[in-house]
Design a binder for this molecule. Sequence first.
Ligand code: DAT
Ligand code: MG
Length: 151
Amino acid sequence: SITERTYIMVKPDGVQRGLVGEIMARFEKRGYKLIALKMRTADEALLKKHYCDLVEKPFFPSLLSFMTSGPVVSMVWEGLDAVKQGRQMLGETNPLASKPGSIRGDFCIDMGKNICHGSDSVESAENEIALWFTPEEVLKYDQTRAAHIYE
Ligand code: DAT
Ligand code: MG
């Protein structure tokens, strides 16, 4: 549905490397609608919830220290198949497997510095949106260009 939503985040390395605009521009140009945007330095409690399925992994402590090392940019993008398309636009978890043309395939090399996050299912997208934003921060408005993006 064209109201599907996904949670996309520029990680601290992406912010430091000046890739926020580049990443946002790709979603904008593709036709997705930006409905929430915020910058902050996340704390451990928030990240443990965000990465709750990974807390037992051996790499979790380094993931946690990396993700709390500086500000991240959180966004919600809405549009047709936003979750799956968003993952394709990001590329694979491992940049080595990410095709050129994807964000990770174009801008990074190492799995531990893969510059962006995208929800992996509609269910996790809804959970992540609720975790990173209050309901009031997620906006409702008409995308006037929608008639030129959707049949
Ligand atoms: P993704 O970010 O593609 O959804 P994920 O949810 O499985 O991947 O993992 C979250 C992040 O944790 C990932 O972006 C980078 C890091 N990570 C995942 N697997 C890893 C591994 N085997 N070694 C080191 N870091 C890893
Ligand atoms: Mg994930």
